[in-house]
Ligand binder design. Structure first.
Ligand code: CLF
Ligand code: SF4
Length: 525
C-alpha cells in the first residue's frame, strides 16, 4: 500500500547525507538560548506556546512528546509496539478482538510482537523517521497486565536507543504494583484511563475486573478499580513521573461526572487531562456499540473540555491511535513497518544523525511559533474582534503548515479564533474525498458534516465542485495561504474577517454542530 501522506519536507531528508541541511544546522548552531540546549531548559524563545510557567525539568520531559505538548505534535512522532495482548478488566467500549480502546481505536487486529521483535522495530522506525521521539506501549490489552513483556521491551529499547522517551498507558488496576519498575526503567510518562471516581458510575462502564486471582463484578469491581487508579496516580506524582489521565466521554453515563474526575485527578497531581469521545458502533461488537450507546457530538465534547480547562491542562489533539501506530499523530505509517518487512531490514541506529535532524526540526518549530506570535500582536490592537469567535478547519500533513489538498485529507485540524488569538481545539477524521481523479459526492457530504461548525477550511488546493458545495454550506474554502504556517494564516484570515464585519460587508453568524466520525480510524492507503 502506498501511504498518501508522505512528506516532502524535513522528514524526507536522510539524516546521514544531507548537505542541503548545512545552512539550517549552521543557523541552529548560532541560535542561542532555545532549542533543546538552552541553559534554562526552555525551548520556546519566550513564545506564548512555551513553558514560561513550567518547571524546566517538566518541560524537558514534554517538549518533544507529541501527546504531552500540542505544539510538539505537529513536528514529532511517536510509535507503539503491540507487545501486551492480555487485559485484566473489561470495559463496555472494548472488544478484545481489536485494539485497546483506551489508547487505540477499535479497528484492525494488531500484529503482536515479542519484546525482541519490538526492539528491532523501534530501531528500524527510529532510523527511518528521525523525528520519532517517543515509544509507547498501549495495548492491545493492558501493558501492566503483561508486565514481563512490557518491561523487557523497555529494557531492550533503553539499552539500544537511550534517546527515545518511554511511555505507557494503563487502566491502572495493576499500577501500584509496578511503580518501582516504571521508575527503574525510566518510563517518564504514564497515562491512566480514568472514566469515573464514583463506583456507582463505574458499574455502568466496567462489567468485571480480575484482581488478585479473583473476579469481581458490579460496584465492587468499580470500587477496587477506582481505589487502585487513585493510589497509582498518587504514587506516580510522589515519584515525579509525569501522568496524563485519559477519560472516555460517554453521554448519559459519565459526561457530567467527568468534571468531578477532572478535579480529583488534578488534586492528585495529574499533569494533563485528555477527554476523548466514545467510539461506538454496532460493527465494533462492543457492549456499548450493540446497545446503541451514542458518542458525543463535536459541540458536546468541546463544551466539556472547555468546562474542565480552568481546572488543568487539557489535551485536545489525541487521535485515539492504535496499539501499533507509527508516525505523527493523525498519520499511520504502521504498514511500512510490518514484522515481515522489519525482519528483512538491515538496521543501523545513528543517534548522532537523529539528533542533528531533530535540531533542524526544532528550528522549524521555532519559526512556526514566532510567526504566530507576530500575527497575534497585530490582532491585539483590533478592538472590533471582541465578541467574534469562530472555528476553522485546516488540511495539513504536519510541520505546522497548510500543506494538504482538500481531496487528500483524512483529517482536518480545528482551530478556534477570537480576540485572544488562536487555539487548537480538536481534529475531525474524514473519508478521503478524492478517489483517484474524481470526487465522491457522498463522501463530500460526510466531510461537510464533520466540519459543519467551521466558518472556513484552509487547504493547499481544492477543486471547483467541493469549493461550491462548501460555500453553499457556509464554509469558506481558503486556498490563498497554501504552504504557509497554520496559526499565522488563520489569524491573518480572522483579522480580515473582523475588518469586513466592522465595515458591514458581511454579517457574523454562529455556526451549528458537527458530527464526530465513528468509522474505523485507519489512514487511507
Ligand atoms: Fe502512546 Fe499514549 Fe504515550 Fe502518546 S498515544 S502511550 S501518551 S505515546 Fe497520544 Fe495516541 Fe491519544 Fe494516546 S494520541 S491515544 S494520548
Ligand atoms: Fe479493552 Fe483496554 Fe479496557 Fe482492557 S483496558 S478492556 S484492553 S479498553
Amino acid at each position: 500500500m502506498q501511504h498518501k501522506t508522505a512528506y516532502v519536507g524535513l522528514d524526507q531528508i536522510k539524516p546521514a547525507a544531507r548537505p542541503e541541511l548545512a545552512p539550517l544546522l549552521q543557523q541552529i548552531a548560532e541560535h542561542k538560548g532555545c532549542g533543546t540546549s538552552g541553559a534554562s531548559g526552555k525551548a520556546s524563545c519566550g513564545s506564548s506556546d512555551g513553558p514560561q510557567d513550567m518547571d524546566p525539568a517538566v518541560w524537558e520531559k514534554v517538549k518533544n512528546h507529541p501527546c504531552y505538548s500540542e505544539e510538539a505534535h505537529h513536528h514529532y512522532a511517536r510509535m507503539h509496539v503491540a507487545v501486551a495482548p492480555a487485559c485484566n478488566i473489561q470495559c463496555n467500549y472494548c472488544n478484545r478482538k481489536y485494539d485497546c480502546a483506551n489508547e487505540s481505536r477499535p479497528g484492525v487486529v494488531s500484529e503482536k510482537l515479542t519484546p525482541e521483535q519490538a526492539a528491532k522495530k523501534v530501531l528500524a522506525v527510529a532510523s527511518a523517521i528521525p523525528q520519532m521521539t517517543v515509544l509507547g506501549i498501549a495495548g492491545p490489552g493492558d501493558p501492566l497486565a503483561n508486565p514481563a513483556k512490557t518491561f523487557k521491551t523497555f529494557e531492550l529499547i533503553a539499552q539500544a536507543a537511550p534517546d527515545i522517551k518511554l511511555c505507557l498507558s494503563t487502566n491502572g488496576l495493576s499500577l501500584p504494583d509496578h511503580i518501582e519498575s516504571i521508575a527503574r526503567y525510566n518510563v517518564d510518562h504514564v497515562t491512566i484511563t480514568i472514566n469515573m471516581v464514583d463506583p456507582e458510575v463505574g458499574q455502568h462502564i466496567y462489567p468485571w475486573i480480575y484482581f488478585r486471582n479473583k473476579r469481581y463484578t458490579g460496584i465492587a469491581a468499580a470500587r477496587i478499580l477506582h481505589e487502585r487508579q487513585m493510589q497509582g496516580l498518587e504514587m506516580l506524582s510522589e515519584r515525579k513521573i509525569l501522568c496524563k489521565v485519559n477519560s472516555v466521554m460517554i453521554p448519559g453515563i459519565n459526561d457530567r461526572h467527568l468534571v468531578e474526575v477532572n478535579r480529583a485527578v488534578k488534586a492528585r497531581g495529574a499533569f494533563l487531562h485528555n477527554i476523548m469521545p466514545l467510539i461506538s458502533a454496532p460493527e465494533h461488537g462492543t457492549v456499548f456499540g450493540l446497545q446503541g450507546q451514542r458518542g458525543p457530538s463535536a459541540q458536546e465534547l468541546k463544551a466539556l473540555q472547555d468546562a474542565c480547562e480552568g481546572e488543568m491542562n487539557m489535551m485536545r489533539h489525541c487521535r485515539q491511535c492504535r496499539a501499533d501506530a507509527v508516525g505523527l499523530l493523525g498519520e499511520d505509517r504502521s504498514a511500512e513497518f510490518s514484522t515481515e518487512k522489519i525482519e528483512s531490514m538491515a538496521v543501523t541506529y545513528d543517534a548522532r544523525a537523529r539528533q542533528d535532524y531533530q535540531q533542524a526540526v526544532e528550528l522549524e518549530r521555532q519559526a512556526t511559533v514566532a510567526a504566530k506570535k507576530a500575527e497575534q500582536e497585530q490582532l491585539a490592537t483590533l478592538a472590533q474582534a471582541q465578541g467574534i469567535r469562530m472555528l476553522v478547519a485546516v488540511a495539513t500533513k504536519g510541520q505546522g503548515k497548510i500543506n494538504e489538498h482538500f481531496g487528500h485529507a483524512t483529517e482536518f485540524q480545528i482551530y478556534e479564533l477570537d480576540a485572544g488569538g488562536s487555539k487548537f481545539v480538536g481534529h475531525r477524521r474524514v473519508d478521503l474525498y478524492c478517489q483517484g481523479g474524481w470526487g465522491e459526492e457522498d463522501t463530500l457530504e460526510t466531510v461537510i458534516r464533520a466540519i459543519n461548525d467551521c466558518h472556513a477550511v484552509f487547504v493547499a488546493k481544492i477543486g471547483a465542485c467541493p469549493r461550491a458545495d462548501l460555500a453553499k454550506a457556509g464554509i469558506d474554502p481558503v486556498e490563498r495561504y497554501a504552504h504557509q504556517f497554520i496559526e499565522q494564516s488563520a489569524l491573518a484570515y480572522f483579522r480580515e474577517y473582523v475588518a469586513k464585519v466592522a465595515a458591514g460587508e458581511i454579517v457574523h453568524a454562529v455556526k451549528g454542530d458537527a458530527q464526530l466520525r465513528q468509522g474505523a480510524y485507519i489512514a487511507a492507503a
